[in-house]
Design a protein around this ligand. Structure first.
Ligand code: MLT
Length: 302
């Protein structure tokens, strides 16, 4: 039997080896495999016993890849396992950026004790009017598991969808709806789209890709959505563009001091993959990957 260590809670998958939620770093001692969700492993000393690390999620920027490579430690992620959860969050983001649902709910909360609340609400509602996403153009940058699901779902909401991915896989292309316009130049997305959502991994080549130059090319009143990684976007440039009304809303799942509390920012606490289903899928895929590697030496995404 292997020794697993779970660095922070992944999910309640009903397996004994994961039920002991949070272990301290010292517990890595002698571990053959580590399962980790969002905790950073960059400052950890990796024990010589370690053979595999599995990230319960798609992004691996919390894993010290170079250190692992030097020590011959295999790193797994769980691509696609939480894609549906993130897709649904992006759809919610599109709607929240377009309809002031949160503002309306907050107003009701504050006014709940008013006797004539129904009458007041009728007067108030003009302050929360929004626009529809149907008929608007959505640009999806990155057509991996999540981007493809978002692109296809948005076509069903009546959006005109542009997809961009210079490395699109045959599988992703196959899964892409015929109604998504697959374009070869990201600038076309910047120039044409009313909503732009980013679904690429954080790499040296993608870091800060949505910068002032990119924003300057965009339509006035564009909405930018980021459920991938905050460093993909130059957020100081976005905040400045929000102040100038160049950008209408910035919807992001990554709280930090640059964006928190800023006018026009819709911020959630990294909830994209936080559904029962996504957590279970990621945890189970990660466990299967590690087991298959330690038992059979196979390196596969199950
Ligand atoms: C991912 O990389 O897939 C997400 O960050 C997963 C998560 O929220 O844990």
């Amino acid at each position: 039997m292997f020794q697993y260590t779970c660095l922070n809670p992944i999910a309640n998958v009903g397996l004994d080896l994961l039920s002991d939620d949070y272990k301290k770093v010292e517990d890595l001692k002698d571990a053959q495999a580590v399962l980790v969700r969002s905790a950073s492993m960059h400052d950890l000393d990796l024990p010589d016993s370690l053979e595999a690390v599995a990230r319960a999620g798609a992004g691996v920027n919390n894993i010290p890849l170079d250190k692992c490579a030097d020590k011959g430690i295999v790193v797994f992620n769980t691509p696609g396992a939480n894609a549906n959860g993130v897709k649904e969050m992006v759809l919610a983001g599109l709607l929240l950026a377009s309809r002031d649902i949160v503002g309306g709910i907050e107003w009701i909360k504050e006014s709940k004790d008013e006797a004539d609340i129904a009458k007041l609400a009728e007067k108030q509602k003009k302050n929360y009017a929004g626009c529809e996403i149907s008929g608007k153009k959505l640009g999806v940058i990155g057509l991996g598991a999540i981007g493809v699901l978002v692109a296809n779902a948005a076509t069903h909401l009546g959006m005109e969808v542009y997809g961009y991915d210079p490395y699109i896989s045959v599988n992703a292309a196959w899964n892409l709806s015929r109604n998504v316009k697959h374009i070869s130049n990201v600038e076309e997305i910047y120039k044409e789209c009313d909503y732009i959502t980013v679904h690429v991994p954080l790499l040296d080549s993608t870091k800060g890709m949505i910068d002032k130059n990119a924003i300057d090319m965009m339509k006035d009143g564009v909405v930018i959505l980021n459920f991938a990684r905050d460093l993909l976007v130059d957020e100081a440039a976005v905040v400045a563009a929000l102040a100038d009304k160049k950008v209408k809303r910035y919807v992001t799942d990554f709280p930090n001091p640059t964006t928190a509390g800023k006018e026009g920012v819709i911020l959630t606490p990294h909830l994209g993959a936080s559904t029962e289903e996504s957590e279970d899928n990621c945890a189970m895929m990660a466990v299967r990957e590690i087991r298959d590697y330690l038992e059979n030496g196979n390196i596969v995404h199950s």
